[in-house]
Design a binder for this molecule. Structure first.
Ligand SMILES: CC(C)(COP(=O)(O)OP(=O)(O)OC[C@H]1O[C@@H](n2cnc3c(N)ncnc32)[C@H](O)[C@@H]1OP(=O)(O)O)[C@@H](O)C(=O)NCCC(=O)NCCS
Length: 182
């Protein structure tokens, strides 16, 4: 999916800059991992984002779905969606959904936009680009957001997610659990 960036480095650009939203390949997993680490290291409150290992990210890119935003050969943003089926990692499990329904739930796992590219609505656009690539049996998306993460929370609500619960996740982090029905 083609997108046009209106802001780079926090400044309006004189002419919109073309970028591409597309599925990342396994060979690109190290770039996804590097972007995760770079952005997290610069976050004022890193507890708002629980990082993942290169091994896990490689598996998500291969078996789940990772949408990247590429601008002139540079990865500037990514979003990972996981299809956890009956595994305990499925957010449906934390919402009291009967196990038989878990395979119909996707996890909106993570989204990162490099500070250079913020303000272009990329978190929302990446979800839009991901939706047509979902398996046909998915009816719901679950997500977790730190109540302190105003940017991510605002984007999730604007994308049609609703807050369903608040609880500790990932070994002690305060999180809203959100749900979007497809
Ligand atoms: C959450 C996140 C992906 C949103 O990025 P985005 O899609 O570019 O955000 P938006 O386009 O909706 O930005 C809207 C406004 O908020 C600003 N903004 C967005 N994220 C910001 C941040 N982390 N810090 C400061 N300002 C931010 C944008 O610059 C923009 O400002 P403007 O209206 O003056 O142009 C991004 O902040 C981020 O990567 N955060 C760190 C990782 C994270 O928390 N991920 C979510 C949990 S998985």
């Amino acid at each position: 999916m083609e997108v046009f960036l209106h802001k780079i480095g926090g400044k309006e650009v004189p002419k919109p800059v073309r970028a591409e939203l597309r599925r990342c390949t396994a060979a690109e997993a190290p770039a996804v991992y590097a972007l995760q680490n770079e952005v997290r290291a610069a976050m004022p409150d890193p507890s708002q984002f629980v990082p993942d290992t290169l091994e896990n990210i490689t598996a998500y890119v291969q078996k789940d779905l990772c949408i990247g935003m590429w601008q002139g050969g540079r990865l500037g943003a990514y979003a990972i969606v996981r299809f956890c089926g009956e595994s305990e990692h499925n957010y449906a499990a934390f919402l009291g959904i009967p196990r038989a329904e878990w395979p119909h739930w996707a996890n909106a796992d993570s989204a990162i936009v490099h500070p250079d590219y913020r303000g272009n609505g990329l978190q929302r656009l990446m979800l839009q680009a991901a939706l047509p690539l979902f398996p046909g049996n998915i009816t719901h998306i679950g997500a977790t957001v730190s109540p302190e993460n105003q940017y991510s929370l605002r984007n999730a609500l604007a994308s049609g997610f609703a807050i369903a619960a608040r609880r500790e996740m990932y070994g002690g982090y305060d999180r809203y659990l959100l749900v979007k029905e497809l």
